[in-house]
Design a protein around this ligand. Structure first.
Ligand SMILES: *[C@@H]1O[C@H](CO)[C@@H](O)[C@H](O)[C@H]1NC(C)=O
Ligand SMILES: *[C@@H]1O[C@H](CO)[C@@H](O)[C@H](O)[C@H]1NC(C)=O
Ligand SMILES: *[C@@H]1O[C@H](CO)[C@@H](O)[C@H](O)[C@H]1NC(C)=O
Ligand SMILES: *[C@@H]1O[C@H](CO)[C@@H](O)[C@H](O)[C@H]1NC(C)=O
Ligand SMILES: *[C@@H]1O[C@H](CO)[C@@H](O)[C@H](O)[C@H]1NC(C)=O
Length: 523
């Protein structure tokens, strides 16, 4: 009787304790007696006497997060910073985080996350960054309540979240009010999701984050953007739309004209870029238009970007035309990469009175390798204006070479000067040879090859037919067994083989086998 009572008391206290520790008693938290023995805890203080605490629980086979912060962390006042990571565990459900007033950065990458318990940060109002990439989070896991702060008198307090990484998940749309409790969000990464069409709700959700400075929507299968998506995002500086299905540069980007500094459009389906593509982007400093498999022309006016400093326009296998003159308005240009395109020439007409002045005084790096350059007087003059020789050619190993004319094919451009080329007479003869297809592609060679091939095939068939006929004949005379006799005598699975043979053949084999063994014994 006494025992039973004690047991009951124990269970009740245990349950009470569990209740007090976990905010959600129905789902257990990771049980761990000494957190800093299982995970790695680190405490440092910077020169401003700010305390930084790190809790590293990566790859511990956890199924839940911890119910509390390590006691080693002490009381976490508003000034301290906690960086907690649970990456590489199998945490399907991310539970509400233990209370702290410290600034928190939380990572749970590669966790197999599917569900997020709302509200996550009710007791962590100063959460700053949340990194949940490489999980299995779908749209229904992302409810507005998720980011709800503590309840104060009449409403929920906002949380301090600034940086949210949800890349490499399964998000196809967003709830309209998803970001209503995160008014300080600066950086949002939604790369590698399923946001191929931004519906009304999704567009409203994105458009509502007026503080946003960086947005990554790359690799989502997007083909268009809603027209008013960016009208209120007046702080957006960095936009990544690479790896999507755009065939034209989305016009809504123009709404970012005053703020956009960096734009990545690599890996899309543009056929051409024209004067309307980048109009109004007067603050743009870095532009990436590489890896565009369909891009053939960059028309005049497209690259007239006054603030441009870095142009990355590389690996566009069909790009034959690029208006270099446009870039003359970008006085601050410092990096120019036009390597590995299909460009054969460039023209640059700086007014003749100023032809000796360098086109871009700040240019540090130019990459022009991997193009089929036609080494003409114009090209060499243009390159001298660019001053390719002075700007270190990045890459080093990949040197730009002439592809045509025949006379100069293979010559490094760095070996040529416009003085030399402009006074040179390029013989017509050589050019003609050069324009013909290679020998093995010429018509008569193809026909000849086909004839030879068919003659060989017919001959082969004939010989094969004759051989088969002769063999049939020999077999009819029961001659055909003879070769087998010698080859199979020493075979270890002779008995198995003989079972498969007709009786007459098998008996022959048996004779041969005995003869063979005696022969071997004699030898
Ligand atoms: C956080 O600070 C508030 C007051 O600003 C205090 O009431 C609360 O107990 C603190 N919470 C923690 C976990 O220290
Ligand atoms: C431009 O985009 C390509 C392809 O996405 C990428 O490899 C490259 O690093 C980008 N360049 C810059 C400067 O961001
Ligand atoms: C290039 O030169 C021609 C005249 O030679 C002139 O008409 C044209 O406007 C110039 N283009 C640029 C972009 O300066
Ligand atoms: C020539 O270059 C100088 C600076 O090098 C510049 O001040 C001047 O305006 C240029 N003249 C023309 C006609 O572009
Ligand atoms: C390029 O010039 C260097 C020295 O100026 C020379 O050694 C080299 O052979 C030249 N290469 C070609 C392909 O002409």
């Amino acid at each position: 009787m006494k025992h039973k009572f004690l047991l009951l008391l124990l269970t009740v206290t245990a349950m009470l304790l569990a209740f007090a520790q976990g905010q959600h008693e129905d789902i257990p938290y990771q049980a761990v007696t000494n957190i800093c023995h299982t995970c790695v805890c680190l405490s440092t203080q910077d020169s401003n006497h700010r305390i930084h605490q790190t809790l590293n629980c990566d790859m511990k086979n956890f199924e839940h997060i911890l119910p509390r912060w390590p006691t080693e962390f002490g009381t976490q006042s508003t000034g301290t910073e906690i960086v907690a990571t649970y990456s590489g565990n199998r945490i399907r459900l991310l539970q509400q985080l233990p209370a702290t007033n410290a600034t928190l950065t939380l990572s749970c990458r590669h966790c197999g996350l599917q569900q997020l318990q709302a509200p996550l940060f009710m007791d962590v109002p100063n959460v700053e960054a949340l990194y949940l990439s490489w999980n299995e989070i779908a749209e229904d896991a992302l409810t507005p309540e998720l980011f709800r702060g503590p309840f104060k008198t009449t409403k929920y307090e906002p949380i301090g979240l600034k940086d949210l990484d949800l890349s490499h998940n399964r998000i196809a749309l967003l709830y309209r009010k998803l970001f209503e409790h995160t008014p300080q969000l600066i950086k949002l990464n939604l790369a590698y999701n399923l946001l191929s069409e931004l519906d009304d709700a999704t567009a409203s959700a994105l458009a509502s984050v007026t503080t946003l400075q960086r947005l990554d929507l790359s690799h989502n299968g997007l083909a268009s953007l809603p027209s008013e998506l960016f009208s209120k995002l007046s702080s957006l500086r960095i936009l990544d739309l690479s790896g999507n299905e755009f065939t034209v540069v989305p016009p809504s980007i123009q709404q970012l004209g005053k703020s956009l500094v960096q734009l990545n459009l690599a890996g899309n389906q543009f056929n051409d870029l024209n004067a309307l593509s980048f109009q109004k982007l007067e603050a743009l400093r870095r532009l990436n238009i590489s890896d565009l498999p369909a891009l053939s022309t960059i028309h005049r006016g497209a690259l007239a970007l006054p603030a441009l400093e870095q142009l990355e326009c590389s690996r566009n296998p069909k790009l034959e035309l690029l208006e270099l003159n446009d870039l003359l308005v970008s006085r601050g240009l410092s990096q120019l990469d036009i390597s590995h395109n299909a460009l054969s020439t460039l023209t640059l007409n700086v007014s003749s009175s100023n032809s000796s002045a360098v086109a871009w005084p700040r240019l540090r790096s130019v990459s022009i390798a991997g193009n089929p350059w036609y080494c003409s007087c114009d090209l060499l003059q243009a390159l001298e204006l660019v001053d390719v020789q002075r700007a270190e050619q990045s890459g080093g190993a990949a040197e730009a070479r002439c592809d045509t004319p025949y006379l100069l094919a293979g010559t490094p451009l760095s070996n040529l000067t416009s003085q030399k080329i402009c006074s040179m007479v390029i013989p017509k003869k050589y050019r003609a040879v050069d324009e013909e297809p290679p020998r093995f592609l010429r018509r008569r060679y193809i026909v000849l090859t086909a004839i030879i091939a068919s003659v060989v095939v017919v001959l082969g068939l004939l010989i094969g037919f004759v051989v088969v006929c002769v063999r049939r004949r020999l077999k009819g005379n029961d001659y055909g067994v003879q070769p087998i006799r010698y080859t199979s005598v020493r075979g270890s699975n002779l008995s198995a083989f003989s079972q498969l043979q007709p009786a007459s053949v098998a008996s022959k084999f048996n004779n041969a086998a005995s003869a063979g063994t005696t022969g071997a014994a004699n030898a």
